[in-house]
Each structure stands twice: as structure tokens, then as C-alpha cells.
Write a protein that binds this ligand. Structure first.
Ligand code: ADE
Length: 234
């Protein structure tokens, strides 16, 4: 069964966007996954095609109407796929969640705009609110593109060498939860800067130990949250 993504958005022209290129684009052309967009505006009920309204209780901005979004969602079968709303107030997305999504039948992604969407449709359609990080985008579309990119690269047959997943940041196993060690290639001297001597030694045990130490130092310095979780797990 093909892994399927349905994106509910007011800007369907943003898709596939960058996902038509590179690895995800090749996989899309080879039908390793399928992408469909639903224009939320097609489900507006009035002649002005309005999809939003002012918030009850007052305040700035506009809110996406629950009846309009529900009609859009109900126009396509979920086929066992979870429905996720991209929003900065969502649960932070992580690699474990992406892995589980990639192992399932696909996703339905709702791209938020305006101040937000009516909470009742979130509850009525069991929508999971997801954030890609503590930054505020002008809409959920770039977040949806990021999520799709992360999931598609994990689909079977998409990344040639399984080994390239094994040691990367956030992968499981022995290096799980560590940031990646620094990389070097030719030229051996760049603007007067040399390559760490150990990497030229040919001593694979020493190289591995050096990389491990670099990964640990980097994680401790940049991501004390990840480091604490690792420390707690051992
Ligand atoms: N929409 C706006 N900001 C977002 C974020 N950080 N994550 C997911 N969706 C968003």
C-alpha cells in the first residue's frame, strides 16, 4: 500500500513545492508515496467563500470556522490515517513520532492560518495538534512540508543505504539521542585550517572514540535537554 498524504490548506499551490525536488520528489515520481491537496475554501458555504470569522469573546485575528473545516475533512476518507493540525501550540514533533507516522498508512495534515481554528472541530474529528518547534510561522504549510520531508525519507526504498540512518542525530541504537559529530572532506587544508589528525590516522577504533566524544560534548553544550534524557536513560 502506498503511503498517502492529504493536505488541507488555503494555499494548495504551496504543494508539492520543494517536495517535487530531491529525494522526496524522486520518491513521489516513482509512486513510493502519494500527495493530494484539499482547498479548504472549496467548502465555504456563502457566496463570498469566507472560511473564517471573528472570535467569540473578542480579541484580535480571525478563527477558521469548524463547519467549513469539517466539511473539507469529511470530503476524503481517512483510511486509518491520523489527522494532524500544524500549529505552534501543538505537541513538539520528534523523530520517534515521525518514525511511527512513516510506518503507518500515511497522514492527513491541516495547515492552520489566522489566529487559529475553532476548538470544537479539533475535538469532533480527533485532530492531533503538532508543532515543528518554538518558532511562529505565518501558516502551517511550511511545517507540513517539513513533516512530510522527514516522513518520506524513512519510507522503504527511499534512502538507498540503511546505514546512513543508523548514526545520525536522534536515530536509535547506541548513538540515539546524540547530535552528530563534525564531518571533514577534501581539501585537507582549507584556508589554513587542517583536519583533526585522528581522522587521517587510519585507526578506526580511535576515530570512533573521537567521534563519540565530539558527539557527546556537542550534545551536552547545545542540547542539555537531550543530554539529561540520555543520562537518565542509562
Ligand atoms: N504554524 C505556525 N507556526 C508553526 C509551528 N512552529 N509548527 C507548526 N505549525 C505552525
Amino acid at each position: 500500500m502506498t503511503w498517502r498524504a492529504t493536505v488541507f490548506t488555503l494555499f494548495p499551490a504551496m504543494f508539492p513545492g520543494p517536495l517535487a525536488l530531491s529525494l522526496a520528489g524522486r520518491a513521489l515520481a516513482e509512486r513510493a508515496w502519494a500527495l493530494e491537496t484539499v482547498d479548504i475554501r472549496d467548502f465555504a458555504r456563502d457566496k463570498h467563500r469566507s472560511v473564517d470569522d471573528t472570535p467569540f469573546g473578542g480579541g484580535p485575528g480571525m478563527v477558521l470556522r469548524p463547519d467549513v473545516l469539517a466539511a473539507a475533512l469529511d470530503s476524503t476518507a481517512d483510511s486509518g490515517r491520523p489527522t494532524l493540525l500544524m500549529t505552534p501550540r501543538g505537541t513538539p514533533l520528534d523523530q520517534a513520532r515521525v518514525r511511527r507516522l512513516a510506518e503507518g498508512p500515511g497522514v492527513r495534515l491541516v495547515c492552520g492560518r489566522f489566529e487559529g481554528i475553532d476548538q470544537r472541530v479539533v475535538e469532533a474529528r480527533a485532530i492531533e495538534e503538532v508543532s515543528i518547534g518554538d518558532v511562529v510561522l505565518s501558516g502551517g504549510e511550511p511545517a507540513a512540508l517539513a513533516l512530510l520531508d522527514a516522513a518520506v525519507r524513512l519510507l522503504p526504498g527511499t534512502v538507498g543505504q540503511a546505514a546512513s540512518h543508523a548514526e545520525e542525530s536522534f536515530a536509535g541504537g547506541d548513538w540515539g539521542g546524540l547530535l552528530e559529530y563534525p564531518h571533514y572532506t577534501r581539501p585537507q587544508v582549507f584556508e589554513g585550517r587542517t583536519v583533526p589528525e585522528v581522522l587521517l590516522s587510519g585507526d578506526h577504533a580511535r576515530i570512533r572514540a573521537w567521534r563519540r566524544q565530539q558527539a557527546e560534548e556537542l550534545t551536552r553544550a547545545r542540547r542539555p535537554d537531550l543530554w539529561a534524557r540520555r543520562a537518565g536513560a542509562h
